[in-house]
Design a protein around this ligand. Sequence first.
Ligand code: ZN
Length: 264
Amino acid sequence: MGKVMLGEMTWKEVAEAIEGGARVVVIPVGATEQHGPHLPLLTDTLMVESAARMAAERAGGVLVAPVIPYGTSDNHIDFPGTASLRLDTLRNLLVDVGRTLAGHGFDVIVLLNGHGGNTAAIAAAAHELRQVTNKVIAAVPWYAYIKESHRVMESKISWHADEFETSLMLCMHPERVQMDRAVNEMPRPFPLFEFTHEALLSARVDLGLPRTRAVVDSGTFGEARLATAEKGRACVEEAIAGLAGVLKELHGKGAEIAKRYTPD
Ligand SMILES: [Zn+2]
């Protein structure tokens, strides 16, 4: 199997890979933000990078750019160590990395998200990259394909640094998890749930998230103590299979579709 991590390759190896048919480049986007008392600040970064590598190795014809270790995490800022980019900073960073990588001959750029808070910046960057590169730009969270396997979780809702996220980490980076420090904490009612006007509750009004410290003390939302590596394995397997399928399809048809993005 050829190398897939672009940052570990020389420029000659990248040139050979593109010459040899590498059509897709993935840019993983993580975060540096609190993940409860038991998971490291780099949780989202570590997982999105691992997911990108595993899916790229399985799909073939895909290279993975160095992971971006910061995202938009302002709601977690009351917890020490959290660092956050403004939405425009992240969007501009992604547009610059994407447009310069596109110039080397890839047909498809995948913005692979590892943190829900990055969604708006990634969508805005994808929109801009489509206009400036005429390439196929795909934006997707690495965990988008976790569906059936989610049933192994005992908690009804997935929040943050909880049973679900901790299980994923126990599968992908067990040496980084301090299970003896894990806690279960359910968030206090979000203040915005106290709005009663029908127009505000119709789900058409996006009220965003409160500051994390306003609703939990530990940084965990949910039941981290229920996490196991087995539960994580089922979900990671489903996620990577789904993602590899998408990368394969993008690799197979990306060149043809990218050509049709540009008017004659
Ligand atoms: Zn996370």
